[in-house]
Design a protein around this ligand. Structure first.
Ligand code: CA
Length: 233
């Protein structure tokens, strides 16, 4: 079956350009030209990936992203945001509300397609019948379930990959660049700051009230999954 991409974008010439190029690459494309219609379509049928414009009439892309991450059925939907803003602070804000990646306008269809492929690759569940455990965390790779001390944890696609990377190598310290290579892949340029954003989201998801922070920040080095308080690797 063809992977289904929903575009929420109010610029109809851009929608047609992307539709043409995505269909040529074997995707099925549906489109909404404002936020309200987009949300209605999302509730009707969950696509495999959402390409979401930041600036939309009625309901903004940021607000849509926020709503998606709050809904149990849509929480794990991969989202790529389109932004006309070059400000890094805005792009980081997009990631903070739950986008998996962003592309800054103007961009070429092939650039967006490369991003779509990468995000889908990260989101695709593995067939491996394997369970990873460490420090009270249990990750079932087949069902994509994550528990901490028996409590269900909801992770976005990127946080899942990041957690998996750590669980496969507990206690080891990784630099942002190593995490980018291991989790995002070498084929795309992603700013090192992106790692910090996803680490923040991962921490928020896994650390409940009164629970120890399992992610250790190593000043000027990077991050480690570590269940030892003040551990040194
Ligand atoms: Ca727009």
């Amino acid at each position: 079956m063809k992977p289904h991409i929903l575009l929420i974008e109010d610029e109809s010439s851009l929608v047609e350009l992307l539709r043409y190029n995505l269909e040529k690459e074997g995707y099925r494309v549906t489109a909404a030209n404002d936020g309200e219609e987009g949300l209605a379509m999302l509730n009707e049928q969950k696509p495999d990936l959402l390409v979401l414009d930041w600036m939309l009439p009625h309901v903004s892309g940021i607000e849509i992203c926020r709503q998606i991450r709050r809904k149990s059925g849509l929480r794990d939907l991969p989202v790529i945001m389109l932004t006309a803003r070059g400000e890094e602070a805005d792009r980081v804000r997009g990631l903070e509300v739950g986008a998996d990646d962003y592309v800054t306008k103007p961009f070429s269809p092939s650039e967006l397609i490369a991003r779509i492929r990468a995000v889908m690759r990260r989101a695709r569940p593995t067939a491996a019948d394997e369970v990873l455990t460490y420090g009270g965390i249990v990750m079932d790779l087949a069902s994509h379930r994550v528990l901490r001390n028996g409590r269900h944890i909801h992770l976005g696609p990127t946080e899942f990959r990041l957690m998996r990377f750590f669980l496969e190598r507990p206690g080891r310290v990784f630099t942002r660049e190593q995490l980018l290579d291991g989790v995002w892949g070498r084929d795309l340029y992603v700013e090192p700051r992106t790692v910090d954003v996803h680490i923040r989201r991962l921490r928020k998801a896994i650390n409940g009230d009164g629970e120890r922070d399992l992610i250790r920040t190593v000043r000027s080095a990077g991050y480690a999954l570590d269940d030892q308080p003040d551990g040194n690797g």
